[in-house]
Design a protein around this ligand. Structure first.
Ligand code: GBH
Length: 479
């Protein structure tokens, strides 16, 4: 089994989850700052106010990455550090921009390739107030394009860009379930407003068009001079039919992939939403105008894949509920025979099942014409990890095993299934603010001691990736 020479591997984080320093150097509020203030929204009542304090510890984080042998680092920008009010007519905050320019330089000086995500869910709060944020399909894309241009201009050395992280989460969790900022949903016990039957589809459409606008700006005005690649990062769980002998479950499993991955990747690679979505959602699913389609179609230089887990999928009989976002099916951990997909973790949605990773890499590769793939996130939490003493937390054999299984599954897909995977990022470099779960769930390969100055302690998994990748990456041929 082998990965191509020059394969990039490293660790990933996101701005709101690690930076803290929410008021420093003129940063403006994002929808997550506001969401965290609302009682009951975050499990432990916490927020990203301090988090890992990474805004103040860039040198320490670069040194940590270097010590672990990372070839690359995926991080995201806080839009509101760079443009505090977010919009194209609003002032640029030079101090915030300079911070990231310096950080990129520091990474490059340490021999670490920066992989920059423009927006990992932390949409400017003012844009939400001004015109409804993601619910405004004409204004938001223009503001995002402007933000992207400011960043492209300031960071010509960055060769790997991602526009948005997991637009599925922003759309479904932010506008249907109400579990993520801005917390909109049809459920009036959770939020005074929102319509989960229409808003997620509109928010996703806006994100696709905004992605398309940023990509066009990059290709027209920056890529010809600076080079580099740009794409979007999509989440997707692997699927297995609940009853492999029942065509209805086999179809439902396919539909689940179309409702999560195809929703975004089909417009980008094929020029429209999946037929199964149009069939279920009808007019509630927006239609691309000719202008929008020209922006979206063909807008990926690579496919950014976030992947963690797998499910058994069972067809649901009868008519879909108007609130349904999954494709009218049940998402299960056990199949018809009672087999379990994988062991429990701290995350209710996550159970390790590495064979699903190989499968899904193949599915994406075939459906979208063998694109270049970067695995932009992969990792696991551990059941009860937060309750263990520190020495036990540092001996995270479960996570070591997870990475070993998943990375080997990826190498198999590359070697045997013709998947063009060129990079891999473990989620995460360190424990951090796990959104609505607060700090109770830890995804880091480094432990962060939140009670004692956010000190980082590498767990066993932190040093397990270097030898693993060294054994799998082809050595450059000597001539
Ligand atoms: C990633 O999302 C995020 O990019 C990252 O910020 C986060 O810290 C990391 O994972 C760990 O969670 O509500 O039952 O429908 C992970 C992908 C996809 C996981 C959606 C949760 C929702 C399951 N996410 N999924 S459910």
């Amino acid at each position: 089994m082998a990965l191509r020479s020059g394969f990039l591997w490293g660790f990933a984080t996101a701005a709101y989850q690690i930076e803290g320093a929410i008021d420093k150097d003129g940063r403006g509020p994002s929808v997550w700052d506001e969401f965290c203030k609302r009682p009951g929204k975050i499990a432990d009542g916490s927020s990203g106010e301090v988090a890992c304090d990474s805004y103040n510890r860039t040198a320490e984080d670069v040194a940590l990455l270097k010590s672990l042998g990372a070839k690359a680092y995926r991080f995201s920008l806080s839009w509101t550090r760079i443009i505090p009010l977010g919009g194209r007519g609003d002032p640029v905050n030079q101090a915030g921009l300079d911070h990231y320019v310096r950080f990129v330089d520091d990474l490059l000086a340490a021999g670490i390739v920066p992989f920059v995500t423009l927006s990992h869910w932390d949409v400017p709060e003012s844009l939400d107030r001004r015109y409804g944020g993601l619910l405004n399909r004409s204004e938001f894309p223009l503001d995002f394009e402007h933000f992207a241009r400011v960043v492209f201009k300031a960071m010509p050395k960055v060769q790997h860009w991602a526009t948005f992280n997991e637009p599925w989460c922003s759309s479904v969790l932010g506008y249907n379930v109400g579990q993520f900022a801005p917390g909109r949903t049809s459920d009036r016990s959770k939020n005074p407003e929102g319509d989960g039957t229409t808003e997620p589809w509109l928010a996703a459409h806006t994100l696709l068009v905004a992605h398309g606008r940023a990509v066009k700006a990059f290709r027209d005005d920056f890529k010809p001079v600076n080079g580099g690649q740009i794409g979007i990062v999509l989440n997707g769980d692997a699927v297995f039919p609940w009853d492999a002998a029942d065509p209805a479950d086999v179809n439902a499993a396919q539909r689940k992939l179309e409702f999560t991955i195809g929703w975004f990747a089909d417009p980008i690679y094929h020029g429209d939403y999946p037929v199964s979505m149009r069939k279920q959602l009808g007019k509630r699913l927006p239609t691309f105008t000719a202008e929008e389609l020209a922006l979206v179609r063909g807008s990926n230089d690579y496919y950014g894949m976030n992947h963690y887990t797998a499910n058994y999928i069972k067809n649901r009989p009868g008519e879909p509920s108007p609130e349904d976002v999954a494709g009218h099916l049940d998402i299960l951990f056990h199949n018809k025979n009672g087999d379990c997909i994988g062991p429990e973790t701290q995350s209710p949605w996550l159970r390790p099942c590495a064979p699903g990773f190989r499968d899904l890499l193949g599915w994406i590769s075939r459906r979208y014409g063998h694109p270049i793939i970067y695995v932009t996130e992969n990792g696991t939490s551990l059941k009860g990890e937060n309750d263990l003493p520190r020495e036990a937390i540092l001996a995270d054999d479960f996570r070591v095993r997870y990475y070993d299984d998943y990375v080997r599954a990826m190498a198999t897909a590359a070697a045997l299934d013709g998947v063009d995977v060129r990079g891999y990022f473990a989620w995460s470099l360190m424990d951090n603010f796990e959104w609505h779960e607060g700090y109770e769930t830890r995804f880091g390969v480094c432990y962060v001691d939140y009670d004692n100055g956010q000190t980082r302690y590498p767990k066993k998994s932190a040093s397990s990736l270097k030898p693993l990748f060294e054994s799998l990456i082809k050595q450059q041929e000597q001539r």
